[in-house]
Ligand binder design. Structure first.
Ligand SMILES: CC(C)(COP(=O)(O)OP(=O)(O)OC[C@H]1O[C@@H](n2cnc3c(N)ncnc32)[C@H](O)[C@@H]1OP(=O)(O)O)[C@@H](O)C(=O)NCCC(=O)NCCS
Length: 221
């Protein structure tokens, strides 16, 4: 049985960049300089710095010594551990397990955005069965279920490493009491959905059906 931990990471306190910046690699520091808006730059530093702290803690290594390598579509990997990271504005999450380093693990969190048109987007990007499901829901549920579909699909595509290039319509979700993947190739996968607060939904995808998830709360360094 694999245990996947997931950590909430606050990106609110921008003053923390002072202590976290030195943990970044030279390449990450260069990347941080490419953000046009200072707030985005600072949130990147906070996210990457705290991700380094978490992975360093699991691997018993100094956070600044970790070496990230990147897959074809930009997925970051570190030797001897499986992890994935997701952020929206002031909140980020990291899913991590040391138990199988070759596990495909993906996490996504999204804000419930009241300005989106869930049916129009679902018609364009989702499987027809999912579109029909959303159509049958109340307006309020359409909005939250759209976000739940999206996070589950994106978590799966991030686990594969393709990101959205893999195609949101290639991943099919059943939003039952225990949401699951329905697409071919996902028989052995597990989907975990979680709601950090009233404004967000999150999902974790992992390519094993022998898996438990541990909510580790907020990372405080
Ligand atoms: C991966 C992707 C879905 C992330 O979208 P997003 O809305 O910014 O999502 P999240 O906040 O959930 O995830 C971002 C994090 O996922 C990780 N990540 C990046 N690429 C990834 C990939 N292909 N697969 C899995 N995880 C990835 C990184 O840790 C990243 O954090 P960082 O931006 O601080 O480095 C999206 O960028 C994508 O589809 N990329 C792949 C294809 C592509 O266009 N690549 C262009 C460069 S090769």
């Amino acid at each position: 049985m694999v245990t996947v931990d997931y950590w909430s990471i606050s990106l609110k306190d921008l003053s923390e960049t002072v202590t976290l910046y030195p943990l970044l690699s030279a390449e990450e520091k260069r990347r941080s300089l490419r953000f046009k808006f200072p707030e985005l730059q600072q949130r990147f530093i906070l996210g990457r710095g705290k991700l380094r702290q978490i992975l360093g803690c699991y691997l018993n290594q100094n956070p600044q010594d970790l070496e990230f390598i990147y897959g074809e579509y930009g997925k970051p990997f570190v030797q001897n551990i499986s992890f994935n990271f997701s952020h929206t504005k002031e909140l980020a999450f990291c899913a991590v397990t040391k138990e199988i380093s070759s596990l495909n693990l993906g996490i996504d969190i999204e804000i419930i955005n009241r300005k989106t048109d869930p049916l129009a987007l679902a018609k364009r990007f989702f499987d027809p069965v999912e579109f029909q499901y959303l159509q049958s829901q109340s307006l309020e549920n359409q909005l939250t279920d759209f976000v739940r579909f999206w996070t589950a699909k994106e978590a799966y595509l991030k686990a594969l490493g393709t990101g959205l290039q893999g195609g949101l319509d290639q991943v099919v979700i059943a939003l039952t009491d225990q949401p699951s993947f329905q697409n071919s190739g996902a028989q052995d996968w597990t989907l975990k959905m979680f709601q950090p607060d009233a404004h967000h939904w999150g999902a974790i995808a992992v390519n094993t059906n022998s898996c438990e998830f541990r909510d580790c709360g907020e990372w405080i360094g």
